[in-house]
Design a protein around this ligand. Structure first.
Ligand SMILES: Cc1cc2nc3c(=O)[nH]c(=O)nc-3n(C[C@H](O)[C@H](O)[C@H](O)COP(=O)(O)OP(=O)(O)OC[C@H]3O[C@@H](n4cnc5c(N)ncnc54)[C@H](O)[C@@H]3O)c2cc1C
Length: 391
C-alpha cells in the first residue's frame, strides 16, 4: 500500500499550516465568540465544511476525504476548533445537500454548521431498532400538514434539540421499505413529549419521544413520499463514517500509552513491564491497520470510487478497537475503573470511565456490530441471506 499522499496534498497541508500559523496560537483558550469568528475565517479560507457548497454556509470545493483528513489532523495538532461534530453537521447537513429541496438547504444547513440549530434523529422505536424498516410511527397528510402519531426511543439529545429528522410510515399498504417517509420537525411543536431515559452511570443522553397529533408542514419532507428508506440510508452512511474515526482512536491510544508510561506499579512504570508492552504493541497494530484501512476508504472516495462495504467494515473495526482500548484502559487505571464518569478524571486529564462506557454504546449506535457482520457476510462475502434479513 502506498501511504504517500502526493505533492498536491502535501501542498494543501502546507496551506493549512500557514493558515493556522497566522490565525491560531497553540494553547489558546478562546471564548465562544472567538471560536465562532475563527471557524468563520477557516470556512472563508476553504478549510472547513468543504463538502458543503458556499451558498449553504460551507467552504465549497467539493468533498475530498483526504483534504478533510489533513485539515482535521492539522487542526487537532494545535488544538484549533474544527468542524462542529454531532448529528446535525455530520449527518443531516450532508443528507440535505444530497437529497433536500432548495429551500430546505437554504434554511437549515448554515445555522446547523455553526451549531445554532441542534438536531436529533428519530429512527429507533420500541421493537424497531435493528429491524428499522418495521417502524410504525404513522404520518397522514391532513391539509397542508403531516399529522404524526407514535413513539421513538433512544433519541439522543431530544431533550435540548431544536429540530428532529424523523422516519414515519406514510404508505401503510406499500411494501414496508417503500412505505416510509423522512420528515423534518420543529421540536417545539405542540403534542411532542420528551422523556429522558436515565442511564446506569447517572447521565441522561437518550430519550423517549411521544407524538400525539403532531403537525409538521407538508413540504418539510426530504425526498418524495415513500422514499424515506433511501434517504435514511444516505444519513446512515454519514453516521457510520463518523463513528470512532482513526484520528480519535490514535489520540486515545497515545493518551493511554502516556498514562501507562507515567503510572508506577510494583516499582516500575507499567509501560516498562512485559505484559503491558505486549498488550500495547498488539493494540498499536490494530490502531495502525484501522488507520490504513480508513485511508484506503477515503482515497477511493476522493477519486469518486464507491468504497462499498469498506465503510461498514471500518465502523465495525473502529468500534472493536474502541473496546480493546477500553479493556486495556481498565488494566492501566486499575481501581480508577470502579469510578463513575466525571469522578474518574486521571492525571492525563481524560475521563477514562466515560470512554470505557462509551466504547460499548458505539458498537450499538448506527447499527449494531452483529448487524454490520450480517451485512458484510451477505452482501460482501455472498453468504446465504439470514431469514428475516437486515438493514
Ligand atoms: C449511543 C447510542 C446512541 C443512539 N442514538 C440514537 C438516536 O439518536 N436516534 C435513534 O433513532 N436511535 C439511536 N440509538 C438506537 C440504536 O440505533 C439502536 O439501539 C440500534 O439500532 C439497535 O436497536 P435495538 O436497541 O432495538 O436492539 P435490537 O435490534 O433489539 O437488538 C438487540 C440485540 O440483538 C442483536 N440482533 C438484532 N437483530 C439481529 C440480527 N438480524 N442478527 C444478529 N443479531 C441481531 C443486536 O445485535 C443486539 O445485540 C442509539 C443507540 C446508542 C447505543
Amino acid at each position: 500500500m502506498n501511504l504517500n499522499i502526493g505533492a498536491g496534498y502535501e501542498a494543501f497541508r502546507d496551506e493549512v499550516r500557514r493558515f493556522l500559523a497566522a490565525n491560531w496560537q497553540a494553547g489558546t483558550r478562546a471564548n465562544p465568540q472567538e471560536i465562532r469568528a475563527f471557524r468563520g475565517k477557516a470556512i472563508a479560507a476553504g478549510l472547513l465544511y468543504r463538502h458543503i457548497p458556499v451558498a449553504y454556509g460551507g467552504a465549497g470545493g467539493g468533498y475530498d476525504s483526504i483534504k478533510a483528513m489533513l485539515v482535521q489532523q492539522e487542526f487537532e495538532r494545535v488544538g484549533a476548533p474544527g468542524e462542529i461534530t454531532g448529528i446535525g453537521p455530520r449527518m443531516l447537513a450532508p443528507t440535505l445537500v444530497a437529497r433536500g429541496q432548495a429551500w430546505q438547504k437554504e434554511r437549515f444547513i448554515a445555522p446547523t454548521l455553526l451549531g445554532d440549530y441542534v438536531w436529533c434523529q428519530g429512527y429507533s422505536e420500541p421493537g424497531s431498532g435493528s429491524d428499522l424498516a418495521s417502524l410504525s410511527t404513522r404520518a397522514v397528510l391532513d391539509g397542508d400538514h403531516w399529522l404524526i402519531n407514535g413513539q421513538k426511543i433512544w433519541t439522543s439529545h431530544a431533550h435540548y434539540a431544536h429540530y428532529m429528522f424523523v422516519l414515519v410510515r406514510t404508505e401503510p399498504d406499500a411494501p414496508r421499505h417503500q412505505g416510509i417517509s423522512y420528515l423534518l420537525l420543529d421540536m417545539k411543536t405542540p403534542g411532542i413529549t420528551v422523556r429522558p431515559l436515565r442511564q446506569m452511570q447517572g447521565a441522561s443522553g437518550f430519550n423517549e419521544v411521544f407524538f400525539d397529533n403532531v403537525r409538521t408542514p407538508a413540504d418539510w419532507i426530504v425526498g418524495q413520499r415513500g422514499e424515506g428508506w433511501s434517504v435514511a440510508r444516505t444519513t446512515l452512511s454519514f453516521e457510520r463514517a463518523s463513528i470512532n474515526a482513526p484520528e480519535m482512536m490514535s489520540a486515545l491510544f497515545d493518551k493511554l500509552k502516556a498514562l501507562a508510561a507515567s503510572t508506577v506499579r510494583d516499582g516500575s512504570p507499567l509501560l516498562a513491564q512485559a505484559h503491558f508492552q505486549q498488550a500495547f504493541a498488539a493494540l498499536e497494530a490494530h490502531v495502525l491497520s484501522h488507520r490504513f484501512s480508513v485511508t484506503r476508504q477515503r482515497s477511493m472516495d476522493a477519486v469518486g470510487q464507491s468504497p462499498g462495504l469498506a465503510t461498514l467494515c471500518n465502523k465495525l473495526y473502529g468500534t472493536d478497537i474502541g473496546l480493546r482500548i477500553a479493556e486495556l484502559a481498565q488494566e492501566v487505571i486499575g481501581d480508577g475503573g470502579l469510578m463513575m464518569p466525571g469522578e474518574g478524571v486521571t492525571s492525563d486529564n481524560l475521563d477514562w470511565p466515560f470512554w470505557i462506557m462509551r466504547s460499548l454504546g458505539v458498537t450499538i449506535a448506527g447499527g449494531t456490530s452483529n448487524v454490520q457482520r450480517n451485512i458484510i457476510a451477505e452482501r460482501g462475502l455472498g453468504l446465504p441471506r439470514q431469514a428475516g434479513g437486515t438493514a
